[in-house]
Design a protein around this ligand. Structure first.
Ligand code: P6P
Length: 345
């Protein structure tokens, strides 16, 4: 019997399809201090739900799942049908995956106890952010944070498992349902982006080792709220205009964040009269993006301290968010400090 070593093809006839998310997770598993496979499985469970949500958002205009659901969520926001569907899909995937003991969701008033006391992980998730944009075909996203539970395996979950600072995250990511669908995540060893190949039903590594440009010339803020900004925000936005930066605001956090992460830029959602603590939620929006930002060499602050150092006091608490290229956020802080006795937000 003849035995020969495998020789990778050199003909170039069959191009490589690249590295799938599954294979990447497995390759990187040893980077993770608790490399026991559960986190890898959890990331695969999230990716599966993302594929299903991707299919449903892409077909919303052709089915009866577009438009409003007819109820409001705990935020007092009108739920879109796809908000509800995405929440169901991610909750089901996380529940059936077996690695999670508790879920915090934008669409759920309370912490969801999966009664899986052997589950090591807690997930905080915004199943579909920016969903008011669905009916007009603008990019939307899913945002998720993953924590290790604090209480002993086998015991019931407690608030300590859920109310953790962003610094405690073991992984975080987002899915961007845009011109293409991408999943971008970190486990604390850099940030990697995967693009969904619908014909194969797989995410493939397309943006390895994402590093945010240290500076940029894009600023993202809802200028319609200008009259509600405090002097520090006004001063910084005037600075952006003096620098002739480009104003880019999609009104979909994941899309604005992703563009600024790749091209350089700053996103600001400050305190306003309507939202005196800011609009964005700490546990399932700001923390995840702040973890990704810091892993990519960018910065995320509430105007006073790092987002990741905020100690949560309530499940759906909001926070001002200034996030993006390091130089731009530092310029914001410098401009803010020039305003006498101004609360930066
Ligand atoms: P505004 C969507 O509702 C969202 O949570 C983010 O995705 C987005 O950046 C922001 O709110 C838009 O809020 O007040 O500018 O419409």
């Amino acid at each position: 019997m003849k035995i020969l070593p495998y020789q990778p093809d050199q003909s170039g006839l069959a191009y490589s399809v690249g590295i799938t998310l599954d294979r990447f997770i497995k390759l990187k598993q040893s980077d993770f201090p608790f490399a026991s496979g559960e986190l890898s499985q959890l990331l695969r469970d999230i990716a599966l739900a993302a594929k299903i949500v991707n299919r449903e958002t892409n077909r919303a205009g052709l089915s009866n799942i577009g438009g409003a659901f007819g109820q409001t969520n705990v935020q007092g926001e009108e739920q879109q049908k796809l908000d509800v569907i995405a929440n169901i899909r991610f909750m089901r995937a996380l529940s059936k995956g077996g690695e999670v003991c508790a879920i915090v969701s934008e669409e759920e008033d309370a912490v969801i106890d999966l009664k899986n006391n052997s589950g090591k992980y807690v997930v905080a998730i915004d199943p579909l952010d920016g969903s008011s944009n669905i009916d007009v075909n603008i990019s939307i996203g899913t945002i998720f944070s993953i924590y290790r539970r604090k209480t002993p395996l086998g015991s019931p979950i407690t608030a300590d498992d859920v109310m953790q600072r962003g610094r405690e995250q073991v992984a975080a990511g987002y899915v961007l349902y845009g011109s293409s669908t991408m999943l971008v995540y970190t486990t604390g060893n850099g940030v990697n982006g995967f693009t969904y190949e619908t014909s194969l039903g797989e995410f493939f590594l397309s943006h390895p080792d994402i590093e945010a440009p240290k500076n940029g010339s894009i600023y993202s803020i809802n200028e319609g709220l200008q009259n509600q900004w405090n002097p520090a925000i006004k001063a910084y936005i005037d600075h952006c205009k003096d620098q002739a930066y480009a104003a880019r605001y999609i009104g979909s956090l994941v899309a604005d964040f992703h563009r600024n992460l790749l091209k350089g830029g700053i996103y600001l959602y400050p305190a306003t009269e309507k939202n005196p603590n800011g609009k964005l939620r700490l546990l399932y929006e700001a923390n995840a993006l702040a973890f990704i930002a810091e892993q990519a060499g960018a910065v995320a602050t509430d105007g006073n301290s790092s987002i990741l150092d905020i100690r949560p006091s309530s499940l759906h608490q909001r926070t001002p968010l200034i996030i993006g290229s390091e130089r731009m956020v530092r310029d914001f802080e410098y401009v803010s400090n020039q305003i006498p006795q101004a609360n930066p937000l």
